[in-house]
Design a protein around this ligand. Structure first.
Ligand SMILES: [Zn+2]
Ligand SMILES: [Zn+2]
Length: 224
């Protein structure tokens, strides 16, 4: 998540950023409720909710649009009804943010990522429910390659924004082709009919047209 997105997410959220500091300054012997605990006392928790006739549940991934029009994908952790007073209940949602490869630290090599790839971060925010725009589908890479679903994404690592590390790291991702690069659904592949392995068209020196015309294909290794 870049800084701009972080600021935008905070603008329409219940802000608990001072919570930890206040706890530290408080009297340790006497149990003090954190800002979040105080907030939760005024809330009812819900497992699902209807928005414009669509049902959203805890565990769904959703496209979120914050007030300054930045779109980001989040995983729903909780729905809250915040009882502001006797008459007003404010519907809120707690999300855990996904980021894209563009949000990863500069030290991480960005060559092998897909435009449809997400990384779940440890960052969470509570925001108004009307920030939810649509349901998204975050799957593993093999499911993703076989789906025609709209709003589909895949994930193969989480990203810790504090340590700036992917878990599992890229070195543990499944590699393909003779170039031994991580799978990337954005690129064009051909499957060898002998070894059943997948190869980049570019690494096999093929155009898409040539590949489409082939009924059988033997990769460079099997041909030898
Ligand atoms: Zn290759
Ligand atoms: Zn082969």
């Amino acid at each position: 998540m870049n800084q701009q997105q972080e600021i935008s997410a905070k603008e329409n959220s219940a802000d608990f950023s001072t919570t930890q500091q206040e706890c530290r300054n408080g009297n340790a012997a006497e149990h003090q409720l954190s800002k979040k605990e105080q907030f939760l006392l005024k809330c009812t928790k819900h497992q699902d909710i209807m928005i414009y006739k669509k049902r959203y549940q805890v565990g769904d991934s959703v496209l979120i649009k914050t007030t300054n029009q930045i779109e980001q994908i989040g995983l729903i952790l909780n729905f809250y009804g915040y009882h502001q007073d006797d008459k007003t209940i404010v519907p809120l949602v707690e999300v855990q943010w996904y980021c894209t490869y563009q949000d990863l630290a500069d030290s991480i090599d960005k060559d092998s990522f897909s435009e449809c790839e997400l990384f779940l971060t440890e960052q969470t925010t509570i925001i108004f429910i009307d920030c939810i725009q649509a349901k998204c589908f975050v799957m593993n890479i093999d499911e993703f390659e076989n789906t025609g679903t709209q709003n589909a994404y895949f994930t193969r690592s989480k990203y810790n924004t504090l340590t700036k590390q992917l878990e599992p790291p890229i070195s543990q991702w499944k590699k393909v082709c003779i170039c031994e690069q991580p799978q990337n659904p954005d690129l064009l592949y051909i499957q060898c009919d002998q070894c059943n392995k997948w190869f980049h068209l570019s690494c096999m020196g093929l155009t898409q047209e040539q590949a489409n015309q082939m009924e059988q294909y033997s990769c460079k290794i099997c041909k030898k």
